[in-house]
Design a protein around this ligand. Structure first.
Ligand SMILES: NC(=O)c1ccc[n+]([C@@H]2O[C@H](COP(=O)([O-])OP(=O)(O)OC[C@H]3O[C@@H](n4cnc5c(N)ncnc54)[C@H](O)[C@@H]3O)[C@@H](O)[C@H]2O)c1
Ligand SMILES: [Fe+2]
Length: 376
């Protein structure tokens, strides 16, 4: 049966943080990272929470959060037993917080507790971004692997989109996270599970990225473009939460975990090569180019016009075009090809990709990505 749904209420705009003033809980647990404390972004949250409430902060989340991070946070969460949990930060703190809430429920189920813990869950993203504030996914790193958990129990009750927080983002992170948004919307649009609802949101997100990402990258202080990229991030999150992603993400998860490349950058590096191998979706890429107003006569030209946009964005934002450019050593890469293919195939995002690749095709794809050469 087909379904489209949105769970969190989304509070957005410059005054969206005022929502926190309406809260009546007595105990708050905040999951965040060190940067949010150093940049004093967390102070903006603390100022708004009810006076005399008890607050505990877990600020030890690292980028690409690990199983250990979740375990440590979970212990603190259970001990403190809050009524309300707030995740503040990029995808890493939000995913870590979701992981804690997920495993807390699992533990309760296994102990056959009749009353499962209920925590009012608020997500406040500070990157634009993963869209994690509106998705039922949490990506956890374990050794050299990234595992994507999927469960609706992890969906926040409230998402607060406040563009103020994105002012402090370094351009490199704007580039990486912005390209993640483009990948989400693109993969939602071409997914085998796409539908009119997801496609409408995905195409709007792509348009917003095309018109605003570079401007936001060049001038993070300017509110208009910052806000539009944030809107795109959330729209793309709702779209892919309903239609699933594709092998751009599977490959990015795998190479990101093995060679320590940030999530968005890994997506951006592999994107032009994935578009070329996704032949079953060339028509869809061409449709996107049409929506963007590009002129072309054939499907191949339409698809190429979109690839050109991706390459231009990458060039302007100084994103590498290959794994060799990122400094991955060839012999190490070559020795890992079999395990890379195994991990890509079992990644949760592979199932609804419009094209199914053979092992031989994956080898070719990975070599193209390594050398930055589409003609291999
Ligand atoms: N749950 C999902 O649906 C989903 C989707 C895509 C990716 N992910 C996962 O999300 C993680 C990546 O999240 P991300 O790209 O948002 O980055 P991140 O949360 O890892 O943050 C990257 C860096 O930016 C800093 N930062 C965050 N906000 C800032 C701000 N406003 N000002 C200055 N610095 C700031 C952080 O402290 C960190 O050092 C990965 O683990 C990825 O696999 C999850
Ligand atoms: Fe992503």
């Amino acid at each position: 049966m087909n379904e489209f749904f949105i769970k969190p209420k989304i509070k957005f705009g410059i005054d969206s943080l005022d929502y926190l003033e309406s809260l009546t809980s007595k105990k708050y647990f905040i999951v965040t990272d060190d940067s949010m404390v150093k940049l004093k972004i967390i102070d903006k949250i603390l100022e708004k929470l009810p006076k005399n409430s008890e607050i505990d902060i877990f600020s030890e989340v690292i980028p690409n959060p690990t199983v250990e991070t979740i375990e440590n946070g979970l212990k603190k969460l259970i001990k403190f037993n809050p009524e309300c949990v707030i995740a503040l930060g990029g995808g890493s703190p939000i995913d870590a917080c979701k992981g804690m809430l997920y495993f807390e429920k699992k533990v309760a189920e296994e102990c056959s507790e009749k009353i499962k813990p209920f925590r009012h869950f608020i997500a406040i993203p500070t990157t634009s971004g993963t869209g994690s504030e509106v998705t039922s996914y949490s990506v956890i790193s374990s050794g050299e692997n990234k595992i994507a958990l999927a469960n609706e129990d992890m969906l926040p009750d409230i998402a607060i989109l406040n563009p103020e927080f994105m002012k402090t983002l370094p351009p490199k992170i704007i580039a990486d996270t912005g390209m993640d948004v483009l990948t989400h919307s693109l993969e939602a649009y071409i997914s085998l599970k796409s539908n009119p609802f997801t496609s409408a949101m995905a195409i709007e997100a792509i348009k917003l990225i095309e018109s605003n990402l570079l401007k936001h990258y060049k001038n993070p202080q300017e509110l208009y473009h910052r806000e539009k990229v944030q809107d795109a991030s959330c729209l793309a999150g709702v779209a892919f939460n309903n239609s699933s992603l594709g092998i751009n993400h599977s490959v990015a998860h795998t190479i990101g975990a093995k060679f320590h490349i940030s999530h968005g950058r890994a997506n951006a590096i592999v994107m032009p090569y994935i578009i070329q191998v996704n032949k079953n979706a060339w028509k869809e890429y061409a449709k996107i180019s049409k929506e963007l107003g590009y002129e072309f006569s054939t499907v191949v030209e339409g698809k190429d016009a979109f690839v050109k946009l991706v390459e231009e964005l990458k060039k302007e934002m100084q994103i590498e075009t290959s794994l060799s450019q990122v400094g991955v050593e060839f012999n190490e890469f070559k020795s890992k090809i079999p395990i890379l293919i195994k991990d890509i195939k079992k990644d949760i995002c592979t199932e609804y990709n419009p094209e199914t690749l053979s092992d031989e095709e994956y080898v070719k794809l990975l070599l193209k990505i390594y050398f930055g050469n589409n003609d291999i």
